[in-house]
Design a protein around this ligand. Structure first.
Ligand code: AMP
Ligand code: GLY
Length: 431
């Protein structure tokens, strides 16, 4: 729903991205009383019901800046990591346009695993023991001294696929061979090998303004494509928020032992971190440890965190960019949100595009249900699949069970015979 003229505020906002995460951001931003007009580049059909989708090439920073000047954009919100790592926020700032998200230097927390590991080592941030390698011989020598299970990672951005949890020594050596023979392109020019950590995983999000951090929310996702957590890794097949393991005490511990020293370290490196810091955590028997950082909101974690937000998102994001984050806790509903990813056949290896999807409106009218578009496209009057993760059927409920039952009822109201989902989203929180 576009804001009606009499409720419009003063600000024009440009949202960068086209996934389910950006649809959830668009929904939250569109409710802001501060908003006049919301634009999205490139957006998707779901976002198009809340914003004006514009075909600006986001890899062309000069074109983005020209668009911002032309449309009098007051604030830019960057969703995905690629434009952050490419320095879009730096170029916007140089042009006098404030934007939510870290600078290119600060986005190295996601862009280089080795950078993050070195920061953790220097600033006493609990994480797995590790080594960094630029050549095969030294990586293989490290494996000789550190038997499996062990984890081998391409240093750079590899679309979530550059991590091999090796159960055997042979697997670990194969991973080193394959990364150094170019399996992940330039992302694999360097390798990180690290200790295998045992525990429950959780995602934790903190808003940051360069100096201070404010806890935002927690979530848990389901990375494997198949029920029971089997099959290849994906961008995430479903998620829920909050993560029951992230108690208030655990969140405070993560803020103190992991997030705060990270902000100190980034400042000391001349790259103060502004934006949302997404910590992948392993809750080990020795306490929470950092697996990795992302320099952005999660997808699909955002689709379950933002429906729980009981206040205006826009001022919080602006405070991060301005370096003036408040200390009052974020107002979050204690209800649970759960999302199920409805994916195209063949995902993640080879998603097939083009099949027709019907009934999204019917699902979205059900109690507590919101359907976020990810990889969809309009083709004439039809909505068709246009990516791997196509829809995120999301529901709020009093607890995980009610949220789950509502989300699956919503999903079952959608008529898309080709699509598939996992039927066990939320299992860990329910057992
Ligand atoms: P990442 O892309 O770094 O989040 O890694 C993907 C997945 O690999 C994580 O969600 C974990 O399940 C697993 N993983 C990564 N690093 C480790 C580690 N050091 N020990 C155990 N599991 C890990
Ligand atoms: N769902 C994991 C991510 O956004 O990286």
């Amino acid at each position: 729903m576009l804001p009606s003229p009499d409720t419009r505020g003063p600000m024009n906002v440009l949202l960068i991205g086209s996934g389910g995460r950006e649809h959830a951001l668009a929904l939250a931003l569109s409710k802001s009383p501060l908003l006049d007009k919301l634009f999205a580049a490139p957006g998707n059909p779901g976002i198009g019901t809340l914003a004006e989708n514009v075909a600006v090439d986001v890899t062309n920073h000069a074109a983005v800046i020209d668009f911002c000047r032309l449309m009098k954009i007051d604030f830019v919100v960057v969703g995905p990591e690629a434009p952050l790592v490419a320095g879009l926020v730096d170029d916007l700032a140089a042009a006098g346009i404030p934007a939510f998200g870290p600078s290119k230097a600060a986005a190295q927390l996601e862009g280089s695993k080795g950078f993050t590991k070195d920061l953790a080592a220097e600033f006493d941030i609990p994480t797995a023991a590790y080594g960094r390698f630029k050549d095969k011989a030294s990586a293989l020598a490290y494996l000789d001294a550190h038997p499996a299970p062990i984890v081998v990672k391409a240093d750079g951005l590899a679309a979530g696929k550059g991590v091999i949890v090796a159960i055997s020594d042979v697997e670990a050596r194969d991973a080193v061979e394959s990364i150094f023979s170019g399996a992940f392109g330039a992302a694999g020019a360097e390798i990180v090998i690290e200790e295998f950590m045992e525990g429950e995983e959780a995602s934790f999000f903190a808003l940051c303004d360069g100096e201070r951090a404010l806890a935002f929310a927690s979530a848990q996702d389901h990375k494997r494509v198949g029920e029971g957590d089997v099959g290849p890794n994906t961008g995430g097949m479903g998620a829920y928020s909050p993560a029951p393991v992230m108690t208030e005490e655990m969140s405070a511990r993560v803020m103190r032992d992991i997030i705060a020293p990270t902000l100190r370290g980034m400042k000391a490196r001349g790259a103060p971190y502004k934006g949302v810091l997404f910590a992948g955590l392993m809750l080990t028997k020795d306490g929470p440890k950092l697996i990795e950082y992302n320099a952005r909101f999660g997808d699909p974690e955002t689709q379950v965190m933002l429906p729980r937000l009981d206040e205006d998102l826009l001022p919080l994001l602006m405070q991060c960019a301005k370096g003036a984050l408040r200390s009052k806790p974020v107002a979050l509903s204690d209800r649970t949100a759960l999302t199920v990813v409805f994916a195209a056949p063949g995902y993640p290896e080879n998603p097939q595009k083009g099949s027709v999807i019907r009934g999204v409106e019917k699902a979205a009218s059900m109690e507590g249900v919101v359907v976020f578009h990810a990889g969809t496209k309009r083709q004439g009057a039809d909505l068709v699949a246009n990516g791997g993760r196509v829809l995120n059927v999301t529901a709020l409920g009093a607890d995980v069970k009610q949220a789950r039952d509502r989300a699956y009822a919503g999903l079952d109201a959608i008529d898309w015979p080709e699509g598939f989902c996992r039927r066990d989203i939320g299992w860990r929180a329910l057992t």
